[in-house]
Design a protein around this ligand. Structure first.
Ligand SMILES: [Zn+2]
Length: 579
């Protein structure tokens, strides 16, 4: 769960954006948009939520690491609850389970990257100058290829942007800049152009995962993302120091096992330091700064560097099996029941790890994310307590391995049990509010889709407002389970706890979150605390249920708003489906 970090930063920056005016706040429900009956909403109580958190975060569940005894207990508990509530098995094989094959990949740290420019040969050192791995399930990988600088490596139809311009980069090693192209406002060159790549906010084109994916699509032999970071100012396009980029590659990494053993993924994924990039470019007769200037222009074309790179990497592969838990409520309208609204909450945690000062080594993950799972079960129970199911079907998916890289949700989104073109929306729960009622609800990626409008209306009926993520440049929308649905085109919502607590002074909510982040986040002490007050969580869950209920009863499909980077994918999917 990374939402806590976002909120912490919102705290620090004191950047709050209340998007609903007081006038709108008291608006009556829109006609035809009736929420679930009160009797159903009232099924969700603080006690019922707490009872699930207690069980899932108990020491007996061993911190819920994938492929452990803790997994067995967790998935069986959730499946038993689904059954008890009366959910149907969500998988078409008649079970509540979807198997998720996972690979653990450990790359050997002694590889050398040899770059030859004319008669000059440079030897780059693993960890100091570059890091690289392959997510293909092979024990040896690498390349022996020419290097091409492709600018930001972006193909973004909604901005009329294509860094490749039809140049064939198959079999090449691509050098790519990190982040979105920082296009300047033509009228105010000191500022970013808000019409391009959402201005200061990060779009998916800026994430390193995108860079690797587009390289695979283009058939490249490898990608080295240029790590631009200024240690003096502690800032830069990479968003974190070299040690962090390096750190991601020097541990066991986890990934899905696709049917093709990940052979369609790019052969080598890596990072290279900026000083080494400058050296290579200079030796090849180019200036890094000059090429960077060209790369922020729409008319940029790939530049063959006249440099040749050779790399061999070795790695160990471990195959493990994990599980998503899936329960279903069939819709009541024969014409719409083959369409789905999906709720997700990851069940996995950090398991048993290094002991803390008190000698506790069980990472109970009470807030992250026993609480989200409790929410998932309780929202399901409230749906079942409605006199009649909504017109569309509802799927409740508790996904695995979020903490290992959003793996369970990725598996579902890439291997959906029900077609994605009939999956109308996804709502994610990762960490519930544990400090009481709030006047606001935080939405990471606010403004992306029409789901926000449904949420805003329902929140207004609770006399609450929506609050945007204060640091959109950090790309938090791309860092939790809802994102894997978004990426495949499904409108996805990531709502979370507010920070403006009723009856508490300004800044109190921020302080509490700050405390959680420093003391308990991803630590053995993420446990139920005596001061927990789940009244706010209950209100949030009733709100999330209302949103799903209305979407499931509406005649319309929710949609991405213009400018959202997943819109083209959805439009294409719906066009193919003939809608
Ligand atoms: Zn989480």
């Amino acid at each position: 769960m990374q939402r806590i970090m976002v909120s912490l930063c919102s705290v620090l920056l004191l950047l709050t954006i209340a998007l609903v005016s007081t006038a709108q706040k008291r608006k009556a429900p829109a006609a035809g948009a009736l929420g679930p009956p009160t009797t159903a909403l009232e099924v969700i109580t603080a006690d019922s939520v707490m009872s699930h958190i207690k069980t899932l975060s108990s020491d007996e569940f061993e911190g819920r690491a994938p492929a452990t005894h803790g997994e067995e207990l967790s998935i069986n508990y959730i499946a038993d609850q689904f059954k008890k509530i009366g959910l149907e098995p969500g998988n078409t094989d008649g079970t509540y389970f979807q198997k998720v094959p996972v690979a653990g990949i450990t790359t050997k740290q002694d590889a050398e990257l040899k770059v030859k420019v004319g008669s000059k040969e440079m030897k780059l050192k693993y960890k100091d100058d570059f890091v690289a791995r392959t997510v293909r399930l092979i024990e040896r990988g690498g390349f022996d290829s020419d290097m091409v600088f492709v600018g930001y490596g972006v193909v973004a139809p909604e901005y009329g942007w294509d860094d490749y311009k039809g140049v064939d980069v198959r079999g090449k090693v691509l050098l790519m800049l990190v982040n979105d192209p920082p296009v300047r406002d033509p009228k105010h060159p000191s500022q970013l152009d808000n019409k391009m790549f959402k201005g200061k906010a990060m779009t998916y084109y800026g994430r390193w995962t995108y860079k690797y994916e587009i390289a695979a699509e283009k058939g490249a032999a490898g990608v080295l993302i240029i790590h631009e970071w200024d240690d003096k100012t502690n800032s830069g396009p990479a968003a974190y120091p070299w040690a962090v980029a390096r750190g991601m590659m020097v541990v066991e990494n986890f990934d899905l096992i696709a049917k093709d053993n990940n052979m369609s993924r790019v052969n080598v994924e890596g990072w290279i330091t900026e000083p080494k990039t400058r050296e290579i470019m200079q030796a090849a007769g180019f200036s890094f700064d000059e090429l960077k200037k060209q790369a922020v222009r729409r008319d940029f074309k790939p530049v063959a560097l006249g440099a040749h790179a050779k790399l061999e990497i070795e790695q160990k592969i471990r195959r493990i099996n994990s599980t998503n838990v899936v329960g279903k409520i069939e819709g009541s309208d024969p014409k719409l029941k083959d369409q789905y609204v999906i709720y997700t909450a990851h069940w996995d945690g950090y398991g048993i790890g290094l002991p803390d000062a008190k000698g506790d080594k069980i990472y109970n993950g009470a807030l992250d994310n026993a609480s989200g799972c409790a929410g998932l079960i309780e929202v399901a129970r409230a749906f079942k307590a409605s006199p009649k199911p909504p017109r569309r079907s509802i799927l409740f998916v508790s996904v695995t391995a979020e903490e290992k890289g959003l793996i369970g949700s990725k598996y579902y989104a890439e291997n959906p049990i029900y077609p994605l073109n009939k999956t109308v929306a996804e709502i994610n729960m990762d960490g519930l509010n544990q400090y009481g009622r709030t006047k606001d609800v935080t939405v990471v990626g606010l403004g992306n889709s029409t789901l926000d409008d449904v949420l805003m209306q329902a929140a207004a009926e609770q006399e609450r407002v929506l609050r945007a993520d204060a640091e959109p440049e950090k790309g938090f929308y791309y860092r939790s389970d809802h994102f894997n649905f978004a990426k495949e085109g499904v409108p996805a919502l990531d709502p979370g706890a507010g920070i403006d607590y009723i009856g508490k002074p300004a800044g109190w909510g921020m302080k509490k979150r700050d405390e959680y982040t420093v003391h308990d986040y991803h630590k053995p002490s993420d446990e139920i605390k005596p001061d927990w007050d789940l009244s706010g969580a209950v209100e949030d869950l009733r709100l999330f249920m209302t949103v799903g209920y209305r979407v499931a009863n509406s005649d319309k499909y929710p949609e991405w708003k213009p400018g959202a980077e997943f819109k083209a994918k959805r439009d294409e999917m719906m066009r193919k489906a003939g809608k």
